[in-house]
Design a protein around this ligand. Structure first.
Ligand code: PA5
Length: 476
């Protein structure tokens, strides 16, 4: 039996949520009253989310991926010996999860480690932009002939990803001739889009994104599982963590359900003008979980219309921060600036390393007091101090505790924040799973680059008001 299925181990590795400093008892009128959490709005939203569960396929991913996991693990075992590098080509939900999980679980300088210290797994890169300098820079350090490229797009038509793919495919064809297709693995929708057609035609290895799983909710399907497995991350443990959190977030009592409670508190805070939600991990390993959260929260909840089509212009702006680094950058603003934020800390109980600070400079007490402590203690003391300072300044904050960072706890966090986002969407009465504002930009790009079928959009763009010269400054 794997350790992640043992109840005792699971209990020891359960996340914890502390919302004390969100509440009136601590923050006075700035805080949330316990009675507000009894509003029937919350039980109605919980019921509505439960009713929708059959359509929300992402909620079932902890249970539906067994066959796929086996296939991924077999493929990763084959591929790890063949390739020196593994490169993800994707953007948005197809890239942020793989980056965040890699950073959380693997060695901080994974790519610089010798291969045996990577247990034989390839180096890992994610190209989540179309910046030409970065693209060429990657080609400067990898040999495409030793590289496996994972092109990931749910829609199979995202311009950025398809452009990356087209460039890579040409390079591989020129270098390798017929065998080039062994260097491409596609992750896409089972039917929709253009990538699936190309992949079948050109005989690429294929993994599928289930129909009811959208980009930002896709980390627990092959979008995230294949990249994780390609660097040796225990993907079964990741899914076990998500299943563990699923059991917890099925609780009907909002005070016992961490996802509902966090969403309800954010919703009530938003009613009080807290338009910003800061995600601030106190661990470099969790830095990119804040990026992943930012997309989930922003793209899911920032909506012009509610479910009845009425203009509501809702959402809460996510901000990424990092403890302790941003104590010397943003915390001044959080403590004394506008009262418009909720700060979410991610705290780690046990780091995977311990670094002691030597007992030196005894003649300078203002420095020597650090000696005999550890960086671990310093990190935690600074987090507690910031939490306390924010509470003293009347700023809403809460903490999610990780006993330690591992695939099981990361799986829990992913699932927690996904359910929280879905619940917040219910409270805001919006469609959490679409992104009409992004589609408009995508369509305008297609029009500007001459995609057939977008002629009317191009005409619309060209007939827009020309910019005025007096508002454009340049030297000379
Ligand atoms: O969450 C989403 O749906 C988006 O952020 C997508 O992940 C992003 O636009 C990329 O789309 P696709 O996977 O279709 O290429």
């Amino acid at each position: 039996m794997s350790k992640s299925t043992e109840p005792e181990w699971q209990e020891k590795n359960s996340l914890q949520l502390d919302v004390n400093y969100m509440m009136e008892e601590f923050l006075g009128t700035e805080g949330i009253k316990a009675d507000q959490l009894k509003d029937s709005l919350f039980s109605r939203a919980a019921q509505s989310l439960r009713d929708k569960r059959p359509q929300l396929e992402w909620q079932e991913l902890p249970y539906t991926q067994n066959e796929v996991v086996k296939e991924i693990l077999d493929y990763a075992t084959w591929a790890k010996d063949k390739f020196t590098n593994f490169v993800v080509l994707g953007i948005g939900g197809s890239a942020l999860g793989p980056i965040a999980v890699h950073q959380a679980v693997n060695h901080y300088y994974y790519n610089e480690l010798p291969k045996e210290k990577r247990c034989g797994f390839p180096r890992f890169y994610v190209i989540d932009n179309v910046d030409p300098e970065r693209f060429v820079a990657l080609l400067d350090i990898i040999d495409p002939a030793e590289t496996l490229f994972n092109v990931v797009t749910k829609s199979g038509s995202t311009s950025e990803t398809m452009a990356q793919f087209m460039i890579v495919r040409s390079i591989l064809q020129k270098r390798l001739g017929d065998g080039y297709n062994q260097h491409i693995v596609a992750t896409t929708d089972t039917e929709k889009g253009n990538l699936i057609k190309i992949a079948k035609q050109e005989n690429y290895k294929l993994f599928y994104i289930p129909g009811g799983v959208g980009g930002r909710f896709s980390q627990l399907c092959p979008v995230g599982l294949l990249p994780a497995a390609m660097t040796g991350i225990d993907i079964e443990e990741l899914l076990a963590g998500a299943a563990h959190m699923d059991r917890w977030t099925r609780e009907e009592d909002i005070l016992k359900n961490p996802a509902y409670l966090r969403a309800a508190l954010h919703y009530l805070a938003l009613q009080k003008g807290k338009n910003i939600s800061v995600m601030m991990p106190y661990a470099d390993s969790l830095k990119y979980m804040a990026d992943w959260y930012a997309q989930l929260w922003a793209e899911s909840l920032g909506k012009r219309c509610d479910l009845q089509g009425k203009e509501v212009f809702v959402g809460q702006t996510p901000v990424k921060a990092l403890g302790v680094t941003d104590q010397h950058s943003q915390v001044q603003l959080y403590t004394e600036g506008p009262l418009d934020k909720v700060i979410n800390f991610l705290a780690v109980g046990k780091f995977r390393q311990q670094v002691d600070i030597p007992l030196v400079f005894k003649e300078i007490p203002a420095v020597s007091f650090l000696g005999g402590h550890s960086l671990n203690e310093l990190m935690e003391a600074e987090r507690q101090a910031t939490e306390y300072a924010l509470f003293r300044a009347g700023r809403l904050n809460n903490t999610i505790y990780f006993p330690e960072v591992n695939p099981f706890t990361i799986g829990q966090l992913i699932y927690l924040l996904e359910v929280e986002t879905a619940f917040m969407g219910e409270l805001l009465n919006i469609n959490t799973f679409d992104q009409p504002g992004v589609e408009e930009g995508k369509n305008a790009t297609y029009a500007l680059l001459g995609r057939p079928g977008y002629e009317a959009k191009r005409a619309e763009l060209e007939s827009g008001s020309p910019k005025l010269g007096q508002y454009i400054l340049s030297l000379g």
